[in-house]
Design a protein around this ligand. Structure first.
Ligand code: SF4
Ligand code: SF4
Length: 459
């Protein structure tokens, strides 16, 4: 059943205005020559306006760029800093948030009720049981039989053929998109993401055959030169209900989906006779790999925005020694659009995002890795807002004009227009505001009774 609370759709609006045709022309979504949008070499068809380029549109590094520490990821940095400062503040913040949450549950507030909270908790179950190097995210084979055990030779294919195979499998397991980037050792964290406010172990890259995890360190074989970068679309209907625990369920499910997809893909690759390391947010920065694999561009959010899914994505990755053809970064006009749009920064209640007209090397705190160019965020302000609302937030992600369901007007008009017509950027941003897109639905709890497909959106 369609959501009747939205009286006018983007596409309807543009049709009414006659603008979709006027701006794009009749061939807007067809490749030059009328050959359709699909690229023969990819399993994920893209609009012709998504151009492959040699360098990412944003994210260039300088001599200051070094391997980051998982201990500086904000969620780990915050309790560690508190411990260094003498302790107490972090625990007090957690207790205050828990008290507020309990009061809201007692009052059965929309989006903050017990069933809302536990919907999110249930959605996060797979993720919570997936720790770097353990269980689902094991760095070695879990249960698949190797070709040697089956008495057959390993899988052989050209790098192009193997890339298609791996991408097809990733999509089957639930990826919205998958691309291949070269391994870049500077994107691997120096230290693993720790747990419960503790620093993680060293991550070492060595000339060994097999990945290993010991009580001392995590070891990545240097021969793992290929990274399968994966984007998992989140449930946009739930995402539109942030900042509530009901809306947060979209993020929880995105993390669980990520763990499931990388675990399944790693076992698939091991079953072909190769090594594979599945990672979600752990082990390495995912965004630069995803940008280099052409999944999207580094945006004002300091997150990846894809022309197809916007910012409504979780990212994850698999490292492997299976030779795969590399993809290239893309330019679909997103960075240029971000320079004029600023909607995420304006909608952020914590004023945590940058309003700077241009990206720069100026970091906002130790949670940003210096030496690369970006629009950096103030994670501390963001965190403080999360404490107030008792859940994660994500207003910035939901409000981005690119974070729209496939088939919406951005996909039929803007996706093919921002890359070639910067003059239209302000207009599209204004139209997005006018339609109220990115705003919370008035009836948050309607989610529980409305009809929906049997499973969340997949790709
Ligand atoms: S998650 Fe919320 S508080 Fe954090 S940057 Fe986005 S809009 Fe701002
Ligand atoms: S809301 Fe606008 S400025 Fe922010 S990431 Fe999206 S397109 Fe860029």
């Amino acid at each position: 059943m369609p959501d009747k609370s939205r009286k006018i759709g983007r596409r309807d609006l543009l049709k009414t205005a006659g603008l979709a045709f006027a701006i794009n022309g009749p061939q807007a979504n067809a490749a030059p020559g009328g050959g359709g949008a699909a690229r023969a070499e990819d399993v994920f068809p893209r609009a012709w306006s998504v151009k492959s380029v040699d360098k990412p549109t944003l994210g260039e590094t300088n001599a200051d760029f070094q391997r980051f520490s998982g201990a500086d990821i904000f969620q780990i940095y915050r309790p560690l800093k508190d411990a260094r400062d003498g302790g107490g503040a972090y625990e007090a913040e957690k207790a205050a948030k828990a008290k507020r949450t309990a009061e809201w549950i007692q009052k059965d507030l929309p989006g903050l009720s017990l069933r809302d909270l536990q919907l999110s908790a249930g959605a996060g179950t797979v993720n919570h049981s997936a720790k770097a190097g353990e269980g689902l995210l094991s760095w070695t084979r879990i249960s698949v039989k190797t070709p040697a055990e089956l008495g057959v030779p390993p899988y052989r294919a050209t790098p192009q053929g193997a890339a298609l195979t791996v991408k097809a499998a990733a999509r089957f397991y639930g990826a919205g998109m998958a691309g291949i980037a070269p391994m870049n050792e500077t994107y691997i964290n120096r230290k693993q993401t720790g747990r419960e406010g503790k620093e993680g172990l060293e991550i070492s890259i060595e000339d060994v055959d097999i990945p290993s995890v010991t009580a001392e360190k995590f070891v990545i074989p240097r021969k793992m030169k290929w990274v399968v970068a994966i984007a998992i679309p989140m449930d946009l209907d739930l995402l539109s209900r942030v900042p509530t625990v009901l809306g947060e369920a979209a993020v929880s499910l995105g993390y669980s989906d990520s763990a499931f997809v990388v675990a399944s893909l790693a076992e698939f690759i091991r079953g072909l006779g190769y090594q594979a390391i599945p990672c979600v947010n752990d082990t390495a920065a995912t965004i630069p790999f995803a940008v280099e694999a052409g999944l999207g561009e580094l945006s004002r959010l300091n997150k990846l925005v894809s022309p197809e899914f916007g910012a409504g994505l979780r990212l994850c990755k698999v490292f492997t020694d299976l030779p795969l053809a590399y993809d290239k970064p893309i330019d679909s006009g997103i960075v240029e659009f971000c320079k004029r749009c600023k909607k995420c920064a304006e909608t952020c209640p914590a004023r945590a995002l940058s309003f700077d007209p241009e990206p720069s090397f100026k970091v906002r705190g130790p949670w940003n890795n210096p030496g690369h160019k970006a629009w950096f965020e103030d994670s501390y302000k963001c965190y403080q807002y999360w404490q107030q609302v008792g859940s994660g937030c994500g207003i910035c992600i939901a409000s981005c004009p690119f974070t729209k369901a496939a088939g919406g007007w951005l996909h039929e008009t803007v996706e093919t227009t921002v890359s070639i017509t910067p003059i239209a950027d302000r207009f599209f941003r204004a139209m997005d505001d006018l339609c109220g897109f990115g705003k919370q639905p008035r009836d948050l709890e309607h989610w529980w009774t409305k009809g929906r497909p049997a499973a969340p959106r997949r790709g």
